[in-house]
Design a protein around this ligand. Sequence first.
Ligand SMILES: CC(C)(COP(=O)(O)OP(=O)(O)OC[C@H]1O[C@@H](n2cnc3c(N)ncnc32)[C@H](O)[C@@H]1OP(=O)(O)O)[C@@H](O)C(=O)NCCC(=O)NCCS
Length: 239
Amino acid sequence: MYKDHIFGILASLFGKKHGYSIKKLVCDKRFFMNVMSSRPVNDYIGIISKSYMMGNITCGCSVRLWNCEVIALGNVHIGTGTSMNYVKVRQAINDVIIGNYCSIGEGTRILEYNHQFQRLSSYYYKSNIFKENLLEDIQSKGEIVIEDDVWIGNNCIILSGVHIGRGAVIGAGSIVTHNVVPYSINAGNPSRMIKKRFSDSIIDEIEKTKWWDDNPLLLSRKREMFDCFEEKIQHENDN
Ligand SMILES: CC(C)(COP(=O)(O)OP(=O)(O)OC[C@H]1O[C@@H](n2cnc3c(N)ncnc32)[C@H](O)[C@@H]1OP(=O)(O)O)[C@@H](O)C(=O)NCCC(=O)NCCS
């Protein structure tokens, strides 16, 4: 709609003051208002480019969204620093929550609802024919939660009711139908754990840092912590 282009342009004009560099955005009033209520973090502006954002979508600081399409009838949250390129999110019934510092690869789809198929037709007949509420035509297995620092490879599908634990990796082309254990590597259709990223002791140490709760400015003062873990993990792999 024409109005959504106007809100996109307004977001481009006023977004900078609120910590975003916004280009070629089409959005509704709800998303525009969310942008207007966010606070900037020095030198770590969020980027929203060539995207279509409709509904109550909130973004943490320093998000990086290129060519994304997020449509929400309810709530979607995209955490601090999270990066998504050519990703589509479809949310209608239960929340979709994406944590901080996640990387979501091209072509991935996050699909929070299904058509109602236990009835005469799976077609949207209540809304399209009888002019009833669209929510009468869909169902969901629950919210989708993607915790912090999750890397989802290209062309994955994440289905409703799934909870992906912190630090997990999802291989390219995977279809995630069940919960994913933190710090595990998963792949396939349906996706299964293929290995763990680290030993339990390293995972415990990482968990104690809670590094994902810091904004990028605070993290930029913690380079030593990142280097130290790199060494520890290298050492563990060598032995
Ligand atoms: C998941 C991934 C990170 C695992 O890498 P890895 O640790 O080197 O894994 P391995 O090559 O040791 O594979 C282990 C097993 O899992 C299988 N496997 C790996 N990735 C797979 C995938 N995406 N789908 C299905 N099976 C996969 C391998 O075939 C192998 O099976 P085998 O033991 O029967 O031979 C990697 O394969 C992957 O999919 N990366 C995503 C790439 C991408 O999307 N990049 C875009 C940038 S955002």
